[in-house]
Design a protein around this ligand. Structure first.
Ligand SMILES: Cc1cc2nc3c(=O)[nH]c(=O)nc-3n(C[C@H](O)[C@H](O)[C@H](O)COP(=O)(O)O)c2cc1C
Ligand code: SF4
Length: 442
């Protein structure tokens, strides 16, 4: 049975242990400080011994497609070359780093961010098909602003080539692998999902055809970046509202089948995640962020994003309802991961609500049951404790658990453009105490 400290291979690359930092949008942009911001965000995890660092989503095209303000674009080889300073720093600590490639499609800021929409009236959203009626209704009510451009067949191939080009630049800059934003309503999920995809060319019409985009992206990456390890999130849209609100969505069985086919196509690892058909709290289960919504210092950012005070309050109310629906659920992707792992022989990475060392050991298989996964990851806990690895790896007490309370006070500010960090004073205070005790030193 594997332990958290055991190395693992993904696509021929050895990762020194089985703990990973899951992708968290850094929103470092592409300006003069971008690389330093990324180093500040990501190096502490590597320093603390975490085996694999997953950089958050970056955009493969030169305009449009960003899901949140300030996302880094990786379409420009000169910029990506500068990221070798980041990959060198991560390698100096013996860790590995992958970058996540993304295009937001209908989830882009040009759909939902009020100020950005005003400033970029000409930007259309790339769409797999005409948006579903649920999004059109939100458009009519003024919550979204859709101006979809349905991709022609040639444009789909061109978008896949963008993923391939960005992957090649990243491999040249020293990244150890490519991670695809296959879930969380990015364009990859929009291709996979029957909720979005009603195409009648080779990219739609059947489950196999809806997977074709990922097959072409795989081929483009192999053609341009060689045998670089390739992993992707795999969605099951189980948390989406039931029929008749959402009639067609990816079931758990569909997600398992997608993972099985991805292995055949040549993907090197999968990250099964349960996610709704839209961008909501199902991927960040936890409490209603009372403190974040009450932070007057951030009202300007919120109002710019949501389109004024009234809309901000409505979004906060929707967030309150969702937090009841998607309350914290420990290791909520465990069952999905275990069922995928029974069907594939490539590594399965588990994330979502994993908080204690003992649970990590169990997920990896401590002898009491079949392993659910081959690596365990966390996202928000790294905001609370950037050097978390030092506390969880090697000689960690059995009852070691993270400080993060999954309160989501970090999530709303981050999504609207504020820096990603823990924003709960009691948690920060506790971290300060632990820092003084020296527990984050290695
Ligand atoms: C602020 C924030 C940003 C995120 N950014 C990304 C991202 O860029 N790409 C991605 O695949 N997932 C992203 N996620 C989802 C996380 O990778 C992770 O799956 C989720 O937070 C659940 O793990 P946790 O309970 O350990 O936080 C983000 C989550 C948060 C809270
Ligand atoms: S604000 Fe801090 S404690 Fe709350 S979810 Fe974010 S990182 Fe965790």
């Amino acid at each position: 049975m594997a332990t958290l400290e055991d190395p693992i291979e993904i696509g021929g690359v050895t990762i020194p242990n089985r703990l990973y930092r899951a992708p968290l949008l850094e929103c470092a942009g592409n300006g003069p400080d971008a690389v330093d911001t990324l180093i500040d965000d990501l190096e502490p995890a590597a320093e603390s011994g975490v085996g694999l660092i997953c950089q958050g989503a970056t955009i493969v095209s030169g305009d449009g497609g960003c899901a949140a303000p300030g996302m880094t674009r990786v379409h420009d080889p000169e910029f990506v070359e500068r990221l070798s300073r980041l990959t060198d720093r991560i390698h100096d600590h013996g860790s590995r780093i992958v970058v996540q490639l993304e295009h937001g499609g209908l989830r882009s800021m040009e759909t939902w961010h009020a100020e950005y929409r005003r400033e970029h009236p000409d930007l259309e959203q790339l769409a797999v098909s005409e948006p579903p009626w649920q999004l059109r209704a939100l458009d009519r009510l003024g919550f979204l602003s859709s101006d979809p451009h349905v991709l022609s067949t040639d444009e789909v191939y061109e978008l896949a080539a963008d993923f391939g080009r960005s992957a090649a630049y990243a491999a040249d800059a020293g990244y150890d692998g490519i991670h695809l934003a296959g879930a969380n309503m990015g364009i990859v999920q929009q291709f996979l999902s029957p909720f979005y995809n009603h195409r009648d060319d080779e990219f739609g019409g059947s489950p196999e055809a809806r997977l074709e985009f990922l097959a072409v992206v795989h081929d483009e990456i192999r053609k341009r970046a060689g045998d670089v390890p390739l992993l992707t999130k795999v969605p099951a849209e189980t948390p989406a509202p039931p029929s008749p609100v959402v009639r067609r969505k990816l079931s758990l069985e569909d997600g398992i089948e997608i993972a099985r086919r991805l292995e055949k196509i040549g993907y090197d690892a999968v990250v099964p995640v349960q996610t709704s058909v839209v961008w909501d709290m199902s991927i960040v289960r936890g409490a209603y962020p009372e403190r974040a919504w009450g932070n007057e210092g951030l009202y300007d950012e919120y109002d710019a994003a949501f389109g004024g005070t009234t809309r901000r309050k409505l979004v906060a109310a929707a967030n309150r309802v969702q937090s009841l629906q998607y309350d914290f659920d420990p290791a909520w992707n465990e069952d999905f991961c275990r069922r995928v792992r029974e069907q594939v022989s490539i590594p399965v990475l588990a994330e979502g609500g994993i908080r204690e060392r003992s649970r990590m050991d169990r997920l990896l298989g401590d002898g009491s049951e079949e392993p659910a996964c081959d690596m365990v990851g966390m996202a928000r806990p790294f905001y609370a404790e950037p050097r978390l690895g030092a506390r969880l790896l090697k000689d960690a007490p059995d009852n070691a658990r993270v400080l993060c309370e999954s309160c989501n006070n970090c999530t709303v500010p981050q999504v609207t453009g504020a820096p990603g960090m823990c924003r709960t004073p009691t948690v920060l205070q506790r971290r300060g105490d632990l820092e003084r005790e020296g527990v984050y030193e290695r």
